[in-house]
Design a protein around this ligand. Structure first.
Ligand code: COS
Length: 381
């Protein structure tokens, strides 16, 4: 059972999302356009400042409240959900956790004020094998010199700065990587063309290219050689937010299916009068609620300082597979009309949700993380 403060927060965010985000969600998808018109309202609601401490201009809400905001945004617009998730979990959080005081003062107030941050880990040849990074940053005079490319970067075209990982040696046998905060305005930082995606078409995804990018020493984030662990710790939190995104998308699909099943008449009765439809809706609701409870519990674990890597992998794995099933079920309930782009938006959810099984670690990687943790601890629960 949620506490009163979480229930009130959810009501507030839900009303906001229905008023501001839902009306433009279809247009953003259709026009493949970034959610520009929502940047000011989202900033005013504090949704880019969720985790940032108040002393840096943030809202400093707990993880559960933040995750509820990603869930509610995704319930009406997956593109908004992923933009919030990437900025807060992958952009703000690592600076909060690993940044120097100067880095926090320099970047967090801007981030909390709606200037987006991005996270650059993946590369064309380093996806699931994130440690196989080829981007290199070598010390030269009074700076680092970075060369390489990052791919699938959420908000790449918008972000004023990116947290990018690189090897800090040209020794091919040394796989240690380090994280850096690099800024869009610097010479040598180039954004590739926006990707044409199956779903989440209102979020910007693109390559980043670094060509002799000069990085001041003070922009190294965390210790040299600790970038991989920094990334994995960051992804532990990020996977909760992708789970929340899946949860919201799945809930959105269920909302549409229930309403349609009650309204649509065939053979002289609403189709929901058929037990086959009722059972389908019941299964959808049950699985979504199970995913919700898993994710909410993992949020409490994170804030309590309890290790939650396995749980966050489980949350992402389960919620994204549930949401994929739920979105497909919603299309089945809607039949031919559900297959159309537009009238019921179930088709958009079906396209959006697939990313949840891929981004921030595929479902196969989540299974690997869960199994490895069980084997390491020899604890099944
Ligand atoms: N938190 C902190 N440390 C962690 C960790 C975590 N969640 N997971 C692993 N580590 C540590 C390990 O303990 C190990 O430390 P030592 O070198 O001191 O022993 C180190 O990190 C390397 O771990 P491991 O040997 O398990 O690394 P692997 O190369 O085998 O890869 C996986 C592990 C596959 C789990 C990792 O590469 C991964 O998550 N890949 C998916 C990446 C991904 O999600 N990409 C999408 C990015 S979208 S932004």
């Amino acid at each position: 059972m949620l506490e009163k403060k979480h229930l009130e927060f959810r009501e507030k965010i839900r009303a906001f999302c229905l008023e501001k985000i839902a009306p433009v969600a279809a247009t953003l998808d259709e026009e493949q356009r970034f959610l520009e018109e929502n940047m000011v309202p989202l900033t005013e609601m504090g949704l880019f400042a969720c985790l940032v401490p108040e002393k840096y201009g943030g809202r400093e809400i707990d993880t559960l409240s933040y995750i509820i905001s990603v869930e509610e945004a995704s319930r009406v617009c997956g593109s908004t959900g992923i933009t919030l998730a990437a900025h807060n979990s992958l952009g703000c959080y690592p600076i909060m956790k690993f940044g120097t005081e100067e880095q926090k003062q320099k970047y967090l107030p801007r981030a909390a004020n709606g200037e987006l941050l991005a996270f650059g880990l993946s590369e064309p040849d380093a996806g699931s094998d994130a440690g196989g990074t080829r981007t290199v940053a070598l010390k030269k005079d009074d700076h680092w010199l970075m060369n390489g490319s990052k791919c699938w970067i959420t908000s790449a075209t918008r972000a004023f700065a990116t947290l990018a990982t690189a090897k800090t040696t040209d020794d091919p046998n040394d796989k240690a990587i380090t994280c850096f905060i690099v800024e869009k305005d610097w010479d040598g930082y180039a954004v590739g063309k926006k990707e044409n995606k199956l779903g989440l078409r209102g979020s910007d995804t693109a390559f980043l290219h670094f060509d002799d990018l000069k990085i001041p020493f003070e922009n190294q984030l965390g210790e040299i050689g600790e970038g991989f662990k920094l990334a994995l710790i960051t992804l532990d939190g990020g996977r909760l937010s992708i789970g929340a995104m899946a949860l919201g998308l799945g809930q959105g699909a269920l909302d549409i299916a229930l309403k349609y099943a009650a309204e649509r008449h065939q053979f002289g009765k609403p189709i929901v009068a058929n037990q086959g439809i009722q059972h389908r809706l019941a299964d959808m609701a049950t699985e979504i609620q199970a995913a919700r409870l898993m994710i909410y519990e993992a949020c409490l674990m994170k804030d309590a300082g309890v290790p939650f890597s396995r749980q966050s992998a489980m949350c992402k794995l389960y919620a994204s597979e549930v949401a994929t099933r739920t979105a497909a079920s919603a299309l089945t309930v809607l039949g031919a009309i559900g297959y159309l782009t537009g009238p019921y938006e179930a088709e958009r959810i079906w396209r959006d949700v697939k990313l949840c099984e891929i981004g921030e670690g595929t479902s196969e990687i989540q299974r690997l993380v869960i199994a490895r943790d069980m084997l390491k601890t020899m604890k099944t629960v």
